[in-house]
Design a protein around this ligand. Structure first.
Ligand SMILES: [Zn+2]
Length: 485
């Protein structure tokens, strides 16, 4: 009995000693973390408001407005309508260096309307939904920035914090226009996150992407009465797609090429004089992407020639692959471990278990949300998705991480993600992200040499001859890309 008491006592003493060390280590950071611990209600309400108003890329007037309003209330100077995009903004607090930037996304996806219940139940049939968790993304970034501001004020410390409100991540590439415009020119380090099914630092470079629409023009005619007078624009599209499907075998294995025919005619008895196909071309390396894009363009021209039609192309968007930064990755990993994972209460656990069982997975997979993934070694990208964070990472040292907002096993852009992102699980995930932002920014403000080592690594990785040339050329933001025509 005595032994048990002694052991128990030791656990209590040892634990409080550990807790003490932890809190001492962060004593100067407590203002930020405490602010976040006391602000659950504020950010729960804000993320749920944006969740309840899901707006598509470049149309996020309300969502962007809610975030700007909160930042203004907290003393940030907000510049709205940046880089020719009405919903883009830059919010700044503080003065002097280092200047730390935080990225905030807020666009939703079409067709993913869903209630916060663990079974499929759209709120509006065919309506928009936050399937990528950008409601949580934007609010987590804003909460982090406000917490950092609290710390700067209390500690009377030099340093600037900037929130970049970046619209239309889902295909519109808002960040690329901001990079092209020079919005990041005075920033020393950019911190970025994304809601995930677990907690960890993102080390992959993903793929660079070029999005291009090809429009074919032919001659309309009665498809049965006078087909010889017609030249089918749809034939042009089909011939192009056929050639691209043949060339797939001869491109590097990590390449990705996908297309959808966005217009192919209305009636089979009319030879279509107009047809359109939308392409996404991807590669982990920009140099290879350039070659692939040229080849796909040659297929378009060849197809037009062979079908006696004409073709025009329009670059819709283009993103760089991501440039990694180990110095920043190690710093963020340390802070993720200090913050820890997400702890569900009984109600959240029941919700999560229902989703996991619906996906035919074991409930033991839920432990992923409580754990922090060890920092992975960098390895060559084998393909995968693309993000407009890529362009930012080539002009400023940038690091991305994720916290557990979605239920493990859920697919990206799924109704399950809309459901959990709009619940208190989403709020817990975003507050953890905000804490990681705060601790990392404070580390950088108090250790300028860490900023320098991140910059040195960045310069070395991108090379002395690097020159930023956007993959979308000089096109204006495609502000209407989500407007139904
Ligand atoms: Zn996303």
């Amino acid at each position: 009995m005595k032994k048990i008491i002694i052991v128990n006592l030791c656990i209590v003493v040892c634990f409080s000693a550990f807790a003490q060390t932890k809190s001492n280590e962060n004593s100067s950071d407590n203002v930020a973390v405490e602010y976040l611990n006391n602000s659950f209600g504020i950010y729960d309400k804000l993320q749920k408001t944006i969740w309840a108003n899901p707006e598509l890329g470049f149309l996020e007037y309300k969502s962007s407005g809610f975030l700007q309003e909160h930042l203004k209330e907290k003393g940030f100077a907000v510049e709205a309508g940046v880089a020719g995009m009405p919903t883009a903004f830059v919010a700044t607090y503080g003065s002097g260096s280092p200047v730390i930037g935080i990225l905030a996304e807020f666009d939703a996806l079409p067709g993913l309307s869903q209630d916060t219940v663990p079974y499929l139940n759209p709120l509006v049939e065919g309506g928009n939904g936050h399937g990528c968790g950008h409601n949580v993304f934007g609010v987590g970034s804003v909460a982090g920035a406000v917490a950092i501001k609290e710390w700067l004020v209390v500690n009377k410390h030099a340093g600037t914090i900037k929130v970049f409100g970046t619209p239309a991540e889902e295909g519109g590439g808002g960040k690329v226009y901001m990079v092209r415009e020079g919005s990041f020119d005075d920033v020393d380090v950019v911190l970025d996150w994304h809601p995930g099914t677990g907690n960890g630092v993102s080390v992959g470079s993903g793929t660079a992407i070029q999005m291009i629409d090809y429009t074919f023009h032919g001659t309309a005619a009665h498809a049965a009465g006078s087909p010889d007078k017609g030249r089918s624009a749809l034939d042009g599209v089909e011939a192009m797609n056929y050639m691209v499907n043949l060339l797939r075998e001869h491109v590097p294995i990590t390449s990705r090429i996908h297309y959808v025919i966005t217009y192919g005619g209305e009636a089979p008895n009319v030879v279509p004089h107009y047809a359109k196909v939308s392409y996404y071309i991807r590669s982990p390396k920009r140099e290879i992407l350039k070659e692939l894009t040229e080849w796909v363009g040659q297929a378009a021209e060849g197809a037009a020639k062979g079908t006696q039609t004409t073709v025009t192309s329009e670059i819709i968007s283009g993103f760089y692959e991501k440039l990694h930064n180990v110095s920043l990755a190690e710093l963020v990993q340390k802070n993720l471990e200090l913050v820890g994972g997400v702890e569900y209460d009984a109600r959240e656990r029941a919700f999560a278990e229902t989703i996991v069982k619906g996906l035919n997975n074991d409930v033991s997979t839920l432990k992923e949300v409580q754990e922090i993934k060890p920092l992975e070694d960098e390895k060559p990208s084998l393909g995968g998705g693309s993000t407009d964070v890529g362009d930012v990472s080539w002009v400023v040292p940038t690091i991305s991480f994720r916290t557990a907002v979605f239920i493990p096993g859920s697919a990206g852009h799924s109704w399950q993600n809309v459901a959990s992102g709009g619940s208190t699980i989403g709020t817990k995930g975003l507050l953890n992200a905000a804490k990681v932002f705060s601790l990392t920014a404070i580390d950088l403000y108090t250790h300028p040499e860490w900023v320098e080592s991140a910059k040195t690594e960045f310069e070395k990785r991108r090379g002395v001859d690097f020159e930023y040339v956007p993959l979308l050329g000089d096109r204006k933001p495609a502000l209407d890309y989500r407007v139904k025509k």
